[in-house]
Design a protein around this ligand. Structure first.
Ligand SMILES: [Zn+2]
Length: 228
């Protein structure tokens, strides 16, 4: 069961306890909190086991997006992935900034930048992996976390990114003891790319905040990049 569903269950248990304690004072029938909790537990279980927690993600993400600070953080995080993917020659196919957008566009999770990674996964499947493409992909994975760190000095997102990186490292045969070192190495690569192209990054943050299309975002990046 995911952390999100467990949080829901913890909240419902807390509310039930609270309502049982306060119920007699406000003449609340004990049946109401019991039925409510049963409903929440059933919905959380169905969501977790059948819908892969997408329902809870949508609700929590909807609540979190009322906060402008949360929204800003997501945009800065995703712009990090987007710019580094662009600079490293991966085609950006799409981006979403909320779980709602991701759900509407049939993307998994809480939103993010989708890159064309077919070549990488074909090579992983066929065990003909080109280390150059693999290294670039790992750097893109770490770029969201790095962008958050550079802008906000701390990191709140990125669990999915670390899991994604761990998955490709595992598939390509890296021992678990090397994961941390790989995270650090690719974070440093991403940091260098973002710092060297900081004005393009800021332009992209602005463009994504206005929900411009992928091609308009790329045009924005290219305005800021030094002419080759
Ligand atoms: Zn990310």
């Amino acid at each position: 069961m995911s952390q999100i569903s467990l949080n829901f269950i913890a909240i419902s248990v807390f509310l039930m306890t609270f309502s049982i304690l306060l119920g007699p004072l406000i003449n609340l029938s004990p049946t109401i909190p019991a039925l409510t909790t049963l409903t929440v537990l059933s919905v959380a279980s169905i969501d977790s086991f059948i819908c892969h927690s997408q329902g809870s993600k949508l609700v929590l993400d909807g609540i979190a997006n009322f906060s402008p600070k949360h929204r800003e953080r997501i945009i800065h995080h995703e712009a990090g992935h987007f710019l580094v993917a662009y600079l490293l020659g991966f085609q950006v196919l799409n981006y979403t900034l909320t779980a709602w957008e991701a759900w509407r566009q049939k993307e998994p999770g809480q939103g993010g930048v989708t890159v064309d990674d077919r070549q990488l996964f074909n090579e992983l499947d066929e065990r003909t992996l080109d280390t150059h493409i693999f290294d670039r992909y790992c750097t893109i994975c770490m770029a969201g976390i790095v962008a958050e760190k550079l802008v906000f000095q701390d990191v709140m997102g990125g669990l999915d990114d670390r899991q994604k990186l761990a998955k490709v490292l595992q598939v390509s045969g890296f021992p678990e003891s090397a994961y941390l070192q790989k995270q650090r190495f690719h974070s440093l690569q991403a940091q260098n790319l973002l710092q060297e192209n900081w004005s393009a990054y800021q332009g992209l943050v602005d463009a994504m905040g206005k929900r411009l299309s992928v091609s308009e975002c790329i045009q924005t990046i290219e305005v800021y990049l030094p002419q080759k």
